[in-house]
Unconditional design. Structure first.
Length: 142
């Protein structure tokens, strides 16, 4: 009796798992998976863009911010890990000295100006790209 019960349990598991591959079922499952992946990726994109890109997001500085990991810690109008870009713009006038200082901080990283959480260094960003990014951020003054 135990053997019969074991065989029935194994058969039930195999049937529940789809023991054999059926072409129609596999195709519809693949189509459903593709649809789910597409909706997930568009949902992720929409979530990431919320609060990140203002209307002038086509500027070179905005494109550079989006292409790097900046939007992980910063948003335009909301503090995340680092300050909101609008808060940075309010604190620093768009002078050449501030642009140079902040561009160097983007490249070298830093700590202390906005709290105890350090900003990660970005040594692969060129000085000119860092300046473009900073100019864009400082243009976001409220």
């Amino acid at each position: 009796m135990k053997k019969v019960f074991a065989v029935l349990c194994i058969s039930a598991v195999i049937s529940a798992c789809g023991g054999g591959t059926k072409t129609g079922t596999a195709d519809s499952t693949n189509a459903a998976n593709q649809t789910a992946k597409q909706s997930e990726s568009s949902a992720d994109t929409n979530v990431n863009k919320t609060g990140n890109e203002p209307s002038g997001a086509t500027s070179p500085g905005a494109k550079l911010l989006a292409a790097n990991d900046c939007l992980t810690c910063h948003k335009v109008d909301v503090k995340v890990i680092g300050p909101a870009y609008q808060d940075v713009a309010a604190k620093y006038p768009a002078t050449e000295a501030n642009i140079d200082t902040l561009a160097n901080k983007v490249i070298r990283g830093g700590k202390g100006n906005w709290g105890d959480v350090p900003m990660t260094a970005h040594p692969t960003i060129s000085q000119s790209d860092a300046k473009e990014m900073v100019k864009y951020v400082l243009s976001l003054k409220k």
